[in-house]
Design a protein around this ligand. Sequence first.
Ligand SMILES: NC(=O)c1ccc[n+]([C@@H]2O[C@H](COP(=O)([O-])OP(=O)(O)OC[C@H]3O[C@@H](n4cnc5c(N)ncnc54)[C@H](OP(=O)(O)O)[C@@H]3O)[C@@H](O)[C@H]2O)c1
Length: 209
Amino acid sequence: MSTITIIGTGLMCNALGYGWTEAGHSIRVGTRTPDGDHALRFTASFVGGYAEALDGSDAVVLAIPFPAVKGFIEAHRQHLDGKLIIDISNPFDHLAGNERAAAEFTAEALGTTDMLVAAFKDNFAATINDPTAADGKPAQVKVAADDPAAKAALEPLIRDLGLRALDCGPLGNARYIDAMVSLMLILDRSHAGFTMHTGWAFTGLETTR
Ligand SMILES: NC(=O)c1ccc[n+]([C@@H]2O[C@H](COP(=O)([O-])OP(=O)(O)OC[C@H]3O[C@@H](n4cnc5c(N)ncnc54)[C@H](OP(=O)(O)O)[C@@H]3O)[C@@H](O)[C@H]2O)c1
């Protein structure tokens, strides 16, 4: 069992938190409003301020908007040491052109790519707890990281959600995933009525379980 801190209390917090608590993990949730009424879909072991939420966890999910990530890291860097950092944030128009990945800015703020992964970027929240893709196989979670230990730490957590990890190479490759998310939104809107149940699946890859 891992202890995972999720920062932010929105759609992705609920989807990941629900999936991981069902798999037996302990979820601590960090919010800007510790006294607020957070109606989560799962039972968290802690809901409250960022620093306390980070206490004693093995992994941290940045489930907040991309523009908020840098400030969060700068304010809480001392609580992040040694933890797996899972950057799920999508930059959209904040990084128009996608010359660099959102996760590279996260690395800059952290001062390292150690234990940092970009993942879940193109997994709509609605698909996380309904993980069978149209091809009948578990949906893919594209993972980009420079640190092999980070990929190795995330892989079992992805499997516990009923999903499968797809190693997309180094952290910088996350810029391609960032761009895929923008196209995914366009296609979801134009071809699926904006249901947000769509997703990208690469076929024919021997490395894909
Ligand atoms: N929704 C998806 O399908 C999806 C899929 C993949 C990746 N993502 C990415 O995952 C991240 C979270 O997405 P989401 O859909 O869960 O968003 P969301 O439903 O809007 O929730 C984001 C949460 O972040 C916190 N937050 C909002 N504005 C903030 C700010 N300015 N500074 C700090 N915290 C703030 C809020 O929690 P508190 O008020 O409790 O602090 C809010 O509940 C985003 O970066 C998004 O691009 C989303």
